[in-house]
Design a protein around this ligand. Structure first.
Ligand code: PLP
Ligand code: COI
Length: 384
């Protein structure tokens, strides 16, 4: 079932500034060592939806707890979706994000799958601009840092029947971010889950919904217990080929100028970093293969020298080299292996585009701050 967006006009945002915003000195201490997902900016976006009124009450409000009735549908049936993107500060101080229309469209696809209402691409992008207008000073400027932006949508109607919620909230929060993995860009080992799947045919694997991540936590815990940073899942139907990780897509670099990644089978997330890497590889004249890849192909490819590098990618992780795959009874690769050369070179090209250090030849960047605004406060409440 699809719930149509009944809103046909751009939303206007009302601003309620925080009376408790952090002082510059306190913010600078946080920005100097942000970690990942530990600190949040002073404001957030909130937009309501009801089946009667469509999207309304678009507002920029102080960051703070949400009030939910204990019977709110999201708490019982996990009718929830989210997105993840980053704001990058360029050398001239301006603030940009990467392919936000792709996140907006993916949020719409996730909404469709979870029977939630779709927010327009324009309103999605405006919601990011509104948050940056008031909290732009939270975008750090040190190398490899950014402001991670987390839009999400929850079913907040109070009732216990199992049906799509007729009342929904869309929110955007933001968190200054350094490296996702504690070791920075050092190669990671990943754990192959042979017992658990994250997605099945006809399920929600291609949607960015909380339930997928809930299902990944036990195997992710298993990964940590084996000294691995992430868990890798096989396809749920045959258990024969590689799907993706708990929060990232995976790539293989071959010695014959080819890069390969699992095809979009409907059970993996259509990663925007994945798509951008495929484009960068094509731009370099590389062959690109999107198809089923097995663990045996990985093992044999490493042994024969055909597979030279493995890496994982996502907005939070950017591109992380993979040293080894571990599982019950076997290890593929060498846990102490160095980062692959092509991996690091694609990583550099991608981040050079994101941080405005090289031309944006594909038109992937969208400016989030008002030209000339630079900093907190300017522009919020101006409306869409
Ligand atoms: N796969 C999963 C399960 C993810 O959570 C993510 C992160 O968003 C990705 C892949 C990579 O997607 P993207 O590159 O759009 O961030
Ligand atoms: C992202 O990369 O944006 C994600 O949502 C993945 C998660 C591991 C933080």
């Amino acid at each position: 079932m699809t719930i149509a967006d009944t809103t046909t006009f751009p939303l206007r945002f009302e601003l309620t500034p925080s009376t408790d915003a952090r002082e510059e000195a306190e913010r600078e201490v946080i920005l100097a060592d942000p970690g990942f997902g530990q600190h949040f900016t002073d404001h957030m976006i909130s937009i309501d939806w009801t089946i009667q009124d469509g999207w309304h009450n678009a507002s920029v409000v102080p960051y703070g707890p949400l009030q939910l009735d204990p019977s709110a549908a999201v708490l019982h049936y996990a009718q929830e979706i989210f997105e993840g993107l980053k704001a990058y500060r360029h050398e001239d101080g301006s603030i940009w994000t990467f392919r936000p229309e792709e996140n907006a469209k993916r949020l719409q696809r996730s909404a469709h799958r979870l029977a939630l209402p779709e927010l327009s691409v324009d309103d999605f992008i405006e919601s990011l601009k509104q948050l940056i207008a008031i909290d732009g000073a939270w975008v750090p400027s040190a190398p490899e840092t950014s402001l991670y932006i987390r839009p999400f949508m929850i079913a907040n109607e109070s009732f216990l029947g199992v049906r799509p919620s007729q009342k929904v909230g869309y929110y955007v929060i933001a968190s200054p971010a350094g490296a996702y993995f504690s070791g920075g860009v050092a190669p990671i080992s990943i754990w192959l889950s042979t017992e658990y799947s994250r997605a099945g045919r006809g399920g929600t694997g291609a949607a960015k919904c909380g339930g997928n991540y809930a299902a990944s936590l036990l195997p992710q815990q298993e990964a940590y217990e084996h000294g691995c940073a992430q868990v890798l899942f096989l396809d749920g139907e045959t258990g024969s080929h590689i799907d993706e990780l708990g929060g990232m897509n995976i790539f293989f670099v071959r010695s014959d100028n080819t890069i390969m990644t699992p095809r979009l089978s409907g059970t993996i997330l259509e990663g925007i970093t994945r798509d951008s890497i495929l484009q960068i590889a094509r731009d370099r004249g590389m062959e690109v293969e999107e198809r089923d890849i097995t663990i045996d192909e990985w093992r044999e490819g490493l042994e024969s020298g055909l597979i030279t590098e493995v890496f994982v990618c996502g907005t939070a992780a950017v591109i992380a080299p993979v040293a080894a795959l571990k599982s019950d009874g076997f290890t593929i690769g060498d846990e102490n292996a160095a980062a692959g050369e092509l991996t690091m070179s694609i990583r550099k090209e991608l981040t050079d585009i994101q941080y405005g250090r090289i031309p944006d030849r594909h038109g992937w960047l969208t400016r989030l701050d008002e030209p000339g605004a630079e900093g907190a406060g300017a522009g919020a409440g101006a409306g869409a």
